[in-house]
Design a protein around this ligand. Sequence first.
Ligand code: 13P
Length: 252
Amino acid sequence: MRKKIVAGNWKMNTLPAEGVELAQGVVAKSAEVCDCVNFIVCPPFTHLAQVAEALKGSKVELGAQNCAAEAKGAYTGEVAASMIAALGCKYVILGHSERRQYYGETSETLNKKMEQAYANGLTPIYCVGENLDEREAGNHFAVCKAQIEEVVFNLTEEQFKNLVIAYEPVWAIGTGKTATAEQAQEIHAYIREVLAAKFGELAAECPILYGGSCKPSNAAEIFAKEDVDGGLIGGAALKAEDFIAIGKGFMA
Ligand code: 13P
């Protein structure tokens, strides 16, 4: 049985006090959802420590939104994987389309970040997904395949066992336009096939999350699909009630 995961990517939102309040709300409401659903929140670096404190003793886990490609040293402004691990993070989002697009992250950089994540006991949530032009040209399969082959195929089997993948079509992120449940299932099944070519039956154990305008009103339908194991949530993760309601999509 694959893990069911609902992860909140807060992006560059919330001040520390707001983040703590949001985390407390998520903790309080998480009791309404069966323990079979794993909730993760990924606040900005600046309040990871305070949010970790707010999550203590709850089933809600902590992740960061990025980490440096290097272990430590003269890299002004960067945050090392060891630092976020020391603050209590279990996960780190890597390869988000916003980082690929605005900060020029390439597969080469991401390979280094993945190594840093594993070296520090973190589980990467590795994001893949095509933009609108690529989807319209029918290249979405090839784009996702390349993003996986260039990074995930470099992992050992042991590392792969500790990986979460998020499929996030760029055209659905923050646009209100969600992929249909059928579109999500189609590409999730394809991604699993690509993973199986390298990792064999271990591919059946890898959680693949959907991300892109996922909200309480569409989560249940998307999560009902066989190869969709949860969601990576942006906007709707900023309200505890909506975030938890998305988790309830598994109970529908
Ligand atoms: P939205 O849910 O706001 O579309 O963002 C999705 C996302 O990018 C999560 O990483």
